[in-house]
Design a protein around this ligand. Structure first.
Ligand code: DI6
Ligand code: FE
Length: 401
């Protein structure tokens, strides 16, 4: 199946810097991959096509990649939001047994159908704003049974919706109530159930939350050792609320990404640069928790650490379903340029998932595109509360809004 999209303004993001701009562009997919992209005037003559679409000057970018979400969960935490507005901190609420644990209770109590329906609605909202590849973490089940259930639902979304889903096992997200005061025993249990989740094909990567209110570097290391034994790549929620040295630890394991990073220090940056680990910035959580310490963007740039941007969609610290708002906030709150922000939600998001076949528009890459009713890609970070997405193409197939 050969499909041509013509009369497009194209930002390929191919090449080290710049938009990879093509003013009067065309793109051809052959099956699931891009076969040709360039100026329409240079299109090879005599092409035999199965379908042709005139985009009438619309903008085409690589499909957005949301490389960090916690999409499958029960309930919500609006009451906790009110408490935080009255002065309680995220850490205080977590220590008092609220926070992640309250979502674990709601998730365990929810039926498979309810979890699937709510997660599907969230995934469709992301798809409607240009997302073509989505990562989904577990981490609200926290038992062999419930972690498996949440990962199966994530896999099912990947089968039933057009977008590509990557799953990450985040059993080391919080200590569940039945292991109160026994975090080390819980880590033993989580490491013990990982092989069966992997054997069932439910795990693309392994993550952990290394923080004062979650797991220590030593406990994180045990989770990473279990992942390494299975040949699974790792990622880490690191230095979100304090500097635990998590980024350096993750880099030692060749981590795909370290995420959050507000409290990241120089040693962590150097280790990430050496290991080729992506820095995933999550402005939604920074904003919603009203954090004031910004991630060290200048130092990450100087060290040439690739910077990605994601929604971190979750009920506690980032209940956002707008990837475009995250592009805007990556610029306004973290001082990324619009080009860096878009690269962060395309090419660098792909790297954070270990998917080198997407994130730019070039021959051989997966034909994952987003089509936008704007003139220039800097507008994707500029407008907020507006969704100019006209549709997406995923693995060569059109998916109209
Ligand atoms: N950091 C976060 O921001 C989310 N998880 C994590 O490790 C928050 C999850 C939650 O509060 O439910
Ligand atoms: Fe997260």
């Amino acid at each position: 199946m050969k499909t041509l999209w013509r009369r497009a303004r194209i930002a390929t993001l191919a090449g080290e810097a710049g938009w990879g701009w093509i003013e009067r562009g065309a793109l051809m997919a052959d099956g699931e991959a891009i076969a040709w992209v360039g100026a329409e005037a240079d299109l090879p003559r005599g092409l035999v096509l199965d379908a042709e679409h005139d985009l009438d000057g619309a903008l085409v970018t690589p499909g957005l990649i949301d490389c960090h979400t916690h999409l499958v969960y029960g309930g919500h935490r609006a009451r906790e939001f009110e408490l935080r507005l009255q002065g309680a901190s995220y850490e205080e609420i977590a220590r008092a047994g609220g926070g992640i644990r309250s979502t674990v209770a709601a998730t365990r109590a929810a039926s498979d159908e309810a979890l699937l329906a709510t997660a599907r609605e969230r995934a469709l909202a992301l798809l409607g704003e240009g997302v073509t590849t989505l990562e989904i973490k577990s981490g609200y089940g926290l038992s062999a049974e419930h972690e498996a259930r949440c990962l199966r639902i994530a896999r099912r979304l990947g089968r039933e919706l057009p977008l590509a889903v990557r799953t990450t096992c985040l059993s080391a997200h919080a200590v569940p109530p039945e292991y109160e005061g026994r975090a080390d025993d819980y880590i033993d249990a989580a490491c013990a159930w990982l092989p069966s989740l992997h054997a069932e094909g439910l795990v693309d990567a392994v993550d952990a939350f290394c923080e004062r209110i979650a797991f220590t570097p030593a406990q994180t290391r045990r989770v990473f050792d279990a992942a390494k034994t299975l040949g699974l790549p790792v990622k880490l929620h690191a230095e979100q609320l304090s500097d635990q040295g998590g980024a350096a630890l993750a880099a030692e394991y060749g981590a795909l990404s370290c995420d959050h990073l507000e409290f990241l220090g120089d040693a962590g940056i150097a280790a990430m640069a050496r290991a080729g680990t992506v820095a995933v910035l999550l402005p939604g959580a920074f904003y919603f928790l009203r954090e004031t310490k910004r991630p060290p963007v200048d130092a990450l740039r100087a060290a040439r650490v690739p910077i990605a941007v994601a929604t971190d969609h979750n009920p506690g610290s980032s209940p956002v379903l707008s990837p475009l708002l995250m592009l805007n906030m990556a610029c306004t709150l973290f001082h990324l340029t619009p080009e860096e922000a878009l690269r962060g939600m395309t090419l660098h998001g792909a790297l954070a998932l270990g998917l080198p076949d997407r994130g730019t528009l070039a021959p051989g890459q997966r034909a994952d595109l987003a089509v936008w009713g704007v003139e220039h890609p800097n507008e994707l970070a500029y407008w907020f509360g507006r969704n100019p997405c006209r549709g997406t193409v995923i693995a060569g197939r059109e998916c109209v809004r």
